[in-house]
Design a protein around this ligand. Sequence first.
Ligand SMILES: C[S@@+](CC[C@H](N)C(=O)[O-])C[C@H]1O[C@@H](n2cnc3c(N)ncnc32)[C@H](O)[C@@H]1O
Length: 344
Amino acid sequence: MRTNGHGDPRRARWLAFRADHPGWQISRHPARGGWSYTAVARHHGMQPPVARARTLGQLGGMLEPDGMMPLDASVPNAARIYDYWLGGKDNFAADREVARQVLTAQPDVARLARANRAFTTRAVEWACRGGVGQVLDLGAGMPTEARHLDGRPSHEWEPTHVAAQSGWPGARCLYIDYDPVVVRHIWAMYPNPGDGPVLVDAAGGDLRDPDVIWSLGAVRTMLDLDRPLVLVLTAVLHFMPPDVAREIVAAYVDQLAAGSYVVLSSCCDAAGGDAVTEAYNTSDAPTLHNFTRGQIGDLLDGLVPVVPGLVAVDRWLPGWDEPRLATGGQAGVLAAVGWKKPPP
Ligand SMILES: C[S@@+](CC[C@H](N)C(=O)[O-])C[C@H]1O[C@@H](n2cnc3c(N)ncnc32)[C@H](O)[C@@H]1O
């Protein structure tokens, strides 16, 4: 019989996905009189980096909350529905069902999703080009590769960190999402280099609690909050009522260093937005709120809107006359970039 090298025939093994602590890699090891359990943090900055205990219950008590919801493939999920519209493969049957229902109600939704990703790419690159070298992407979504509607690879969008680094070489980007599948995909696709500075990382967190987000180990170790950053809040604020979204954005803006940018987009009640919301909200997916144009504008309170202001998502970029992706100028998703002006 093979042993684990210590004369004990029982072997250490990785435990299957732990729904209650998706941010930790947990393994079980033979120990005198039973087993011991080890948790290793999946990204830097989480506390403690390594923990050991005699029971899983004790171990759970030692780990800081990782802010992610448990994985349940039977419940449709915003990140994976969106991944389907973008042409990705990281979605389950429950997600595809809702995604197709919404597509039937509003066939333009896949085009709008692509236009939204392309907007994020352009806006982040533009903001970083001005010299901002750090990005916090809240509600980051799956790192779905860019594809045309017919499935051919496309260059219409890039992951946020690539856009940031095109604008400012060496820019750091931290992705946050409360979906463990998103966070795990980002870890898998962009592993830490091991040596040299960490330029790309992901952490679990619920953006509705800004205090918790600012205190996350990954935020504290990777970002310098005394310096300007680009805060990305695209296609995520519409998962909360408009007044709540306004309060949350204001709380983030309050903490941003002057010179920071906020890149945001949201579903709007104009031009087909209602059909999307209706179809989405008949499912178990998270509730989608359709903001009015005024309510999206209110999110920019206290910020200087960057030209061209709040516009249909494919129309945004200073100096750009032509929309990049033809959505026919549909206003189903509106986008804007705000700048936190330094005090006089
Ligand atoms: C429609 S996707 C948008 C992804 C990306 N921001 C974009 O514009 O391409 C919404 C994402 O926000 C995440 N999300 C929704 N509510 C969240 C919350 N309260 N905290 C953190 N992430 C959230 C979902 O898990 C999903 O990945």
